[in-house]
Design a protein around this ligand. Structure first.
Ligand code: MSP
Length: 573
């Protein structure tokens, strides 16, 4: 009943004059609402929150244009964390999706002569195709045009309104449609455009802004300064560099925020409950996606999220506005926000006008899924921008995955040195009596590796964890060079020594492959399969060295761990 009421309210709002929502869109919305109603009544309550649940989110992506490498990076990073917590035994909820309302999308659809709903369907499908292709293990893909989300946003709005934090006011100031952001005077710069005109742009993004004067609903952001500071004191924003930035934003004045737009300008959005003349501000709408995924406000919904992964350009929305909205609705705030920097291409910002936007579909073809995932996670550091160049990708993949990792696997499993295809047992006494200081150091660092990598991944320093794994593999390659198994195998009396060399190499590969599963899932699986490690022995607890061995290798193998990249950049051909 409540749903039917909501359905007719929404349809009435969107039938207002001057709306660009056509009959087709209305019908779609109606179908979505009815389908949603069915799902709603059939739904059981969600898994309730608990210490064993890890709820992680990516930002939801604007559907104004197709995905680029920056979008893939944010998602791969979140996927890596989701996979890590899974192999640590958590029940993981991992959400991603598309942000489909607002001026930016309304305008993009118009520019392409398409209805917004059709345009959103098309671009959202591209994001879903990319995430399937790149092995993203999300449990939820949310679209903000879905009925379940529309309901959640309206419920959430009503709750904040009933709590007295939304009031009718008027906004006059700058608005940047590209960022969907309201800006104060000090965040606006004046620049000369290519055609010689003076234009105002956002100081943060460089995108044009326009002056706006409208009757709007305002949110009492200023009321939450102290609560926000208390929350921030728990060091919730990672890395620390960004925590300091957020502290400063909150310490400086927090002005009330406009949270609606008049339907005269914006119809492609969710109507303000009870006021057909206003559409909810797209950022409020978008942020609530996280609650929708958690099942809010149904019984047993899961909240708060443990981690929101965001790029630095959208930190303020997540670390200031979002917690304040949640506080206003009497809901818990997220545990942590992980903020990353951006990808530059050949040292410059990616932009359509420069024609340097990296298409992730093309680069998956060039470098493979695992190759691209590895490069993005290994090369990006959270605190500063990273640089994407074709030569760098090729060199890193060939030297680290094909050489360091791939060769090590090839060397210990080849028929030449390992004709019986064994993962031999380890002879500890022999190792003690024959090992050099360097060998013992290698052994010590292998023991420490899982704990160290755990700390790195948990602290969002993925690149450091990968670096430690690669160092271990390099040490083992050096060990192999010194031990020369290709010589040992020619002498029967050296069989025990050969067994130890092969064992240590394989044990290293086993440990490293378990730790690399979140980074390069298919490649790690190929290595573990080749070593014949059972599928149920690939959790984080299994990465502890146990020196078992005494098993056979897989009877068949699916090629090398990683094939060399032979593609060359335009500059180097
Ligand atoms: N729709 C909003 C997010 C709403 S979340 C409630 C949005 N979308 S976006 O498509 O513009 O950006 C999504 C993510 O991609 C952001 O985290 C952003 O930082 C990231 N990236 C966009 N360009 C990027 C790079 N060049 N490099 C790395 N990530 C970048 O903002």
């Amino acid at each position: 009943m409540a749903c039917r009421c909501l359905l007719s309210r929404i349809l009435n709002y969107h039938s207002a004059p001057n709306t660009i929502l056509t009959l087709t869109c209305q019908r779609r919305l109606q179908v979505a609402l009815l389908e949603g109603t069915r799902k709603y009544s059939a739904a059981k309550s969600t898994t309730s929150d608990g210490p064993d649940t890890y709820f992680i989110t990516t930002p939801i992506f604007y559907v104004n244009s197709v995905p680029h490498i920056g979008h893939l990076h944010t998602t791969v990073l979140s996927d890596c964390l989701a996979r890590w917590h899974r192999i640590k035994g958590k029940h993981v909820i991992f959400s991603t999706g598309t942000d489909e309302h607002g001026m930016k999308i309304q305008k993009a659809a118009l520019d392409h002569n398409q209805q917004p709903a059709d345009y959103c369907d098309k671009i959202s499908a591209e994001f879903q195709r990319l995430f399937t292709l790149t092995n993203i293990s999300h449990t939820n893909f949310i679209r903000t045009t879905e009925q379940r989300h529309i309901e959640t946003v309206q419920h959430f709005w009503q709750r904040i309104y009933d709590n007295g934090y939304i009031y009718k006011g008027s906004y006059s100031g700058w608005y940047c449609t590209s960022d969907e952001a309201f800006l104060t005077d000090d965040r606006v710069d004046e620049i000369t455009s290519k055609d010689g005109k003076l234009i105002k742009v956002s100081a943060d993004s460089g995108h044009p802004v326009e002056w706006m004067e409208e009757e709007n609903y305002m949110f009492k952001l200023s009321a939450f300064k102290q609560q926000l500071l208390d929350w921030l004191r728990k060091d919730v924003i990672k890395p620390a560099k960004f925590q300091a930035v957020v502290n400063q934003w909150v310490e400086q004045s927090l002005q009330d925020l406009s949270v609606s737009r008049t339907t005269k300008r914006l119809t492609w959005g969710i109507p303000v409950p009870g006021d057909p003349t206003q559409t909810i501000y797209v950022w409020l709408d978008a942020l609530v996606n996280y609650l929708t995924v958690g099942g809010y406000p149904r019984m047993g919904y899961t909240w708060p999220a443990q981690c929101h992964v965001v790029g630095k350009d959208i930190l303020k929305f997540h670390a200031v506005y979002w917690p304040a909205f949640l506080m206003a609705a009497d809901l818990p705030v997220p545990d942590e926000i992980m903020c990353h920097s951006h990808w530059l291409v050949d040292g410059v910002k990616m932009s359509k006008s420069l024609g340097n936007v990296v298409n992730p579909f093309d680069d998956v073809n060039k470098y493979t899924v695992d190759g691209l995932r590895y490069f993005l996670l290994r090369e990006a550091v959270p605190h500063s921008d990273a640089n994407y160049t074709t030569d760098k990708v090729t060199n890193i993949l060939n030297s680290e995955l094909a050489n360091t990792l791939g060769n090590l696997l090839g060397r210990c499993t080849s028929m030449a040195v390992n004709p019986n295809q064994h993962f031999p047992e380890f002879d500890e006494e022999l190792f003690k009596s024959t090992s050099s200081d360097a060998d013992q150091e290698m052994m010590k660092s292998l023991h420490k590796l899982p704990g160290f990598v755990d700390d790195c991944y948990t602290e969002y320093n993925i690149y450091k964890g990968i670096d430690a794994v690669m160092n271990q593999l390099r040490l083992t390659n050096t060990f192999l060079e010194q031990q020369k198994p290709w010589e040992l195998c020619k002498h029967n009396e050296r069989a025990r020594q050969l067994g130890n060399v092969l064992h240590l190499t394989m044990e290293t590969l086993r440990v490293c492959a378990i730790l690399l599963q979140p980074i390069t899932p298919d490649m790690a699986c190929r290595i573990l399969d080749a070593l014949n490690i059972p599928k149920d022995s690939r959790m984080f607890v299994d990465s502890k060295c146990h020196f078992q061995g005494g098993t056979s290798l897989a009877a068949t193998r699916s090629g090398p761990a990683f094939k060399r990249i032979t593609h060359r950049s335009k500059a180097s051909v």
